[in-house]
Design a protein around this ligand. Structure first.
Ligand code: ADP
Ligand code: MN
Ligand code: MN
Ligand code: MN
Length: 380
């Protein structure tokens, strides 16, 4: 039986083929291009509001039809009511949103995350639009280490109600329920995946020194590109926390005793690693020393954009230099700028780590200031 069945199916398929090849082509019908199937995309426009000293992320969705995943240049300019975000007076409050970077959003069907710059209706950049003001250079690379706290009921996630957990020590890169609880790692894992799906260069994560404190690292080429990725990675994390009833605390020193008295709990930084083409390829001790002299000269300008409340964090304790001093040192985590061993071993070539920017700092302003200072140092 099986043999007869096989013979029969072979005969039919052979006949079918003969039939198909022997039929004349219908020459009267012109060749049509394949029909474009339009799909509705959810465009999440993201921007920074006008709150000071700490701008918050805002976003809203518009639905638009495209034949395929939209290119940045296809995304329309949009707007919002700036009087509700401290970006405009009530009378003439329309603020223009201009898309500047876009990323696939794997958490939504046909989702797109659209980072935007804000402009007033006159075409002038909004005061909150830090991105519009900074220098850029695609050959300057940035690696940001974003530390943050998961925050619930007024305390870091995992702190007992009204009290403190066991002192710092086991939490940094820790494992096990007693060290990291049972929610944080799930959020962190999802955050990695959503970032990777979006094409964001997330380079790693780790549990940090304080309980409930974590870090992720973002690498990007160019100040605007690196900072775009960082802001969108922050957005993804904050949004992800919603479904766990957990907030992200970006402020740099959220655990303090009354009257802002210090406690033995680490603050959060956004260490900023940087290298220019010249630093990577030429470098040298002499250039390095000139660079550090410039960083010393512009110390106040750097601190001004390295995040609010940084005096609470840059105390000289907890792997920091104090806010009013500038120093650098090989493998020195108590310096303003840490010089990696590899930098010295390679003839003062490679990248440096500015440890002063804090977790709430605006990465546009941080990267922009670093580049601006570098640009004051002649390379010949
Ligand atoms: P740490 O020892 O300070 O915790 P991490 O491994 O967390 O260091 O972060 C190191 C960072 O340095 C990463 O974000 C990485 O992208 C960045 N980095 C590495 N090489 C370069 C480079 N050449 N230029 C700029 N940043 C770099
Ligand atoms: Mn790190
Ligand atoms: Mn860290
Ligand atoms: Mn670091």
């Amino acid at each position: 039986m099986p043999l007869a069945y096989e013979v029969l199916t072979w005969a039919f398929s052979f006949a079918g083929q003969r039939l198909a090849t022997s039929l004349p082509a219908d020459v009267s019908e012109p060749l049509k291009p394949p029909e474009k199937i339009m799909a509705k995309y959810k465009l999440e426009y993201i921007w920074l509001d006008g709150y000071t000293p700490l701008a918050s992320l805002r976003s809203k969705t518009q639905i638009k039809e495209f034949a395929s995943f939209p290119k940045l240049s296809e995304l329309p300019v949009w707007g919002f009511d700036g009087s509700s975000t401290q970006q405009a007076e009530g009378k003439s409050s329309d603020i223009v949103l201009k898309p500047v970077a876009s990323f696939p959003d794997s958490t939504r069907k046909n989702g797109v995350l659209v980072m935007c710059e804000c402009f007033q209706h006159t075409g002038v950049a909004s005061p909150s639009n830090s991105r519009a003001t900074i220098p850029d250079d695609p050959d300057t690379w940035f690696g940001f280490e974003q530390e943050y706290f998961f925050w619930k009921d007024g305390a870091p996630l995992g702190f007992p109600v009204g009290g403190f957990p066991a002192p710092q020590g086991p939490y940094y890169t820790g494992v096990g329920y007693r060290n990291v609880g049972n929610i944080a790692r799930e959020i962190v894992e999802k955050h990695i995946d959503i970032c990777l799906d979006a094409g964001i260069n997330i380079e790693g994560i780790n549990a940090e020194v304080a309980k409930g404190q974590w870090e992720f690292q973002i690498f990007g080429k160019g100040s605007k590109n690196a900072a775009d990725q960082m802001w969108v990675a922050r957005y993804i994390l904050a949004r992800l926390g919603e479904s766990y009833g957990v907030d992200i605390e970006w402020r740099c020193k959220p655990i303090l005793a009354p009257f802002q008295q210090p406690l033995d709990w680490n603050g959060s930084g956004m260490h900023s690693n940087f290298s220019t083409k010249y630093m990577r390829e030429v470098g040298g001790k002499e250039y390095f020393e000139k660079l550090m002299a410039a960083f010393n000269q512009y110390r106040d300008e750097h601190i001004a954009v390295y995040g609010p409340e940084n005096h609470l964090r840059l105390t000289g304790l907890h792997e920091t230099q104090s806010i009013d001093k500038f120093s650098y040192g090989v493998a020195d985590r108590g310096a303003s700028i840490r010089v990696p061993h590899s930098f010295v071993n390679n003839g003062y070539k490679g990248y440096l780590e500015d440890r002063r920017p804090n977790s709430a700092a605006d990465p546009y302003l941080v990267a922009g200031r670093i580049l601006k200072t570098i640009q004051t140092v002649p390379t010949k």
